[in-house]
Design a protein around this ligand. Structure first.
Ligand code: AKG
Length: 251
């Protein structure tokens, strides 16, 4: 087992320094520029369990995001970065990783913070077997809205999908957070990657700097996982998936 998998299993997250070539970083920055020029940000994907509350301000107040640019062509495409990321995901999944989704993100100073949440509850997948790669495209720290991860929080089990506007569970349950955990605020340079477990609780603060904070994330599944649209019925993929099909067979 490599140190990456050891640390991921132990802490729930691991930083890989200088893991992505700067040519890939540059390509992703260009892809964000191309998206901003050509396409509006992706629609609401925050409410994978219940309909958005009336008057919800949607993703626009949290972040500018474009989903699944790996499916696009030309300057919009993130395909070359996906291939570099696939090799990194393979270090911890130790099998052929399956890409669930990728997201280009821009956090401007006007955007609000992301409250504590896990990613897995938003996924139409039957088990938390996978890894998220989060790659800054600008230097990030706590001043410009860098990630904060709950060390060991992946051992607390599967929580609810969180409403990212107020930090409360989408299903209307009482607010819950996992038990005690140490908070790790990661400072990263372009080319670094933080990998975290689908059950690792994480958050990010406001961008208090003057420049936008750009990042890219790619969520990977272990091929043993199966589709489960009933776990996230409002996820954009859900209507195209059959319960129990292997994730390797994309719709
Ligand atoms: O990039 C960020 O600030 C937060 C992203 C995040 O938490 C997520 O996409 O799950």
């Amino acid at each position: 087992m490599g140190f990456e998998q050891d640390e991921l299993l132990d802490k729930g997250w691991v930083v890989l320094h200088t893991a992505l070539p700067l040519t890939v970083v540059e390509r992703l920055r260009d892809a964000i520029g191309a998206h901003r020029h050509a396409l509006p940000p992706s629609d609401e994907v925050l409410y994978t369990h219940v309909a958005p509350p009336p008057g919800s301000l949607g993703m626009a107040v949290l972040m500018e995001q474009w989903f699944n640019a790996h499916r696009r062509a030309g300057p919009l495409a993130t395909g070359p970065a996906v291939e570099a990321a696939r090799a990194l995901a393979g270090k911890v999944l130790l099998d052929a990783p399956v890409l669930l989704q990728d997201v280009l993100m821009v956090k401007h100073p006007r955007h609000t913070s992301f409250p504590w949440h896990q990613d897995f509850p938003f996924w139409p997948v039957d088990r938390p077997a996978g890894v998220i790669l989060w790659a800054p495209l600008d230097p990030v720290d706590q001043d410009n809205g860098g990630l904060v991860l709950g060390t060991g929080s992946h051992r607390e089990g599967i929580g609810p999908a969180i409403d990212l506007h107020d930090g409360r569970p989408q299903q209307g349950h009482a607010p819950i957070l996992p038990a005690e955990f140490d908070e790790a605020a990661v400072s990263l340079a372009p080319g670094d990657v933080v990998m975290f477990h689908p059950l690792t609780w994480h958050r990010s603060g406001q961008n208090r700097a003057s420049l936008p904070r750009r990042a890219w994330s790619a969520s990977w599944l272990h091929p043993s996982a199966r589709w489960s649209p009933s776990r996230a019925p409002r996820h954009p993929l859900a209507t195209r998936l059959r319960e129990g099909d292997p994730v390797g067979e994309r719709p």
